[in-house]
Design a protein around this ligand. Structure first.
Ligand SMILES: Cc1cc2nc3c(=O)[nH]c(=O)nc-3n(C[C@H](O)[C@H](O)[C@H](O)COP(=O)(O)OP(=O)(O)OC[C@H]3O[C@@H](n4cnc5c(N)ncnc54)[C@H](O)[C@@H]3O)c2cc1C
Length: 340
């Protein structure tokens, strides 16, 4: 086991924020996990799991053992004419998994193409895009308790998945490290392309002839054309979650702000577009210190260089405050804040 002391995290998060980890360990084999947790416990250091750092804000130094699970492996547990049941190691890259499944003729994940990050982090916020969420495919999530090393397997129901939410962000927050994820995919494509941006790109194509690869290609093309590449413009994707309000509040907002986009949810609540709210408050394209609000995506905050995670969080707080003042709606930050 090779624990590195006082390691910079700058290259380990897509926002390219500076900060040091008190200790850093990259584990390629799950067999080393017990020893790693013991090492941290002996030093009374908390353990912070890290994937590819695409959904974190490094707000300062991290007084913890930062544990990067770089485990690999995709195993077919069961397969029949209709379904396939896979177990995927936490360290696998999410997009490469999506490509692998489509190459094998396993369908379902095509709308989730090109989401950065690892398989292990995917259940934490129940990754979602273009009308599809990870939760629909999860059979079980296997994890280990950081404090005791005890294994815990959760069924999909026990994961308490919601919009960009799961038990790992609530009751089990900071308590578990996810070691593998079991997914159930279909051998027959059941394409979902009703999401407006996707439907627009696929318009003109004969629906009956569309394949999962067409949907995958369309998602990749939309994402490449619309979202800034973190390798060139450091960012963490959407910085805020889309707020969800009750139907009465949504009705009042629609009366007050004609044209406000609203997306009714199955539970009767209504999702609002955070980007629209932020844009209306005049933040799109604004720069402050080393950070900016992307000129085409009010939801994406970008690192232009030279700023700290704290300054980024101050900017985010001011954006949220102006949305609260104008619309009476609170915005919640999507990435996880670590350190500081
Ligand atoms: C350009 C861009 C576009 C994005 N688009 C989307 C999108 O469309 N939809 C979407 O849902 N998200 C999106 N994201 C966010 C991000 O891709 C996902 O949240 C992803 O799952 C994060 O994976 P990661 O490995 O980088 O996790 P990290 O950022 O390393 O970690 C995120 C959180 O998960 C925890 N964690 C990481 N690994 C484990 C583990 N093995 N066990 C327990 N906890 C763990 C960390 O402690 C942290 O709290 C985007 C991000 C970027 C930069």
């Amino acid at each position: 086991m090779h624990v590195l002391a006082e390691q910079p995290l700058l290259r380990m998060n897509t926002l390219a924020l500076d900060g040091r980890a008190r200790a850093l360990l990259r584990l390629e084999h799950i067999t080393g996990l017990e020893q790693a947790l013991g090492w941290a416990a002996d030093r009374q250091l908390p353990v912070v799991p890290l994937g590819e750092g695409s959904n974190i804000v490094v707000a300062g130094d991290v007084e913890a053992l930062v544990l990067r699970l770089a485990t690999s492996g995709i195993e077919v547990l069961e397969e029949d004419a209709e379904k396939v049941h896979l177990r995927v190691a936490a360290g696998e890259n999410w997009h490469r998994l999506v490509e692998w499944t489509l190459r094998r003729g396993y369908f379902g994940l095509e709308n989730l193409a090109l989401i950065p990050g690892t398989v292990g982090a995917a259940p934490v916020q129940n990754i979602g895009a273009y009308g599809v969420e990870l939760a629909s495919f999860v059979r079980a999530v296997h994890s280990v308790e950081l404090a005791t090393g005890a294994g815990l397997s959760l069924s999909r129901e026990a994961c308490e998945f919601g919009y960009r939410d799961s038990v790992f962000k609530n009751r089990l927050r900071d308590k578990m490290i996810i070691t593998s994820v079991e997914l159930e995919l279909s051998r027959e494509p059941h394409l979902q392309f009703e999401y407006p941006a996707l439907a627009a790109v696929l318009e003109g194509k004969q629906r009956a002839r569309l394949s999962a690869i067409d949907v995958f290609d369309a998602v990749v093309a939309i994402r490449r054309s619309k979202l800034p590449d973190p390798a060139r413009v450091p960012n963490a994707g959407s910085f805020f979650k889309n707020p969800v309000v009750d139907a009465q509040r949504a009705g009042a907002l629609a009366g007050q702000f004609p044209g406000i986009p609203q997306y009714p949810q199955a539970d009767g609540q209504v999702k609002l577009a955070a980007a629209w709210l932020i844009d209306c408050c005049g933040w799109k394209g604004k720069q402050r210190g080393g950070f900016g609000v992307h000129p085409e995506h009010a939801l994406v905050l970008v690192n232009l260089g030279g700023g700290s995670g704290r300054e980024l969080l101050d900017l985010a707080a001011d954006i949220a405050a102006s949305v609260a003042t104008t619309f009476g709606v609170s915005l919640e930050i999507e990435p996880r804040i670590v350190g500081g």
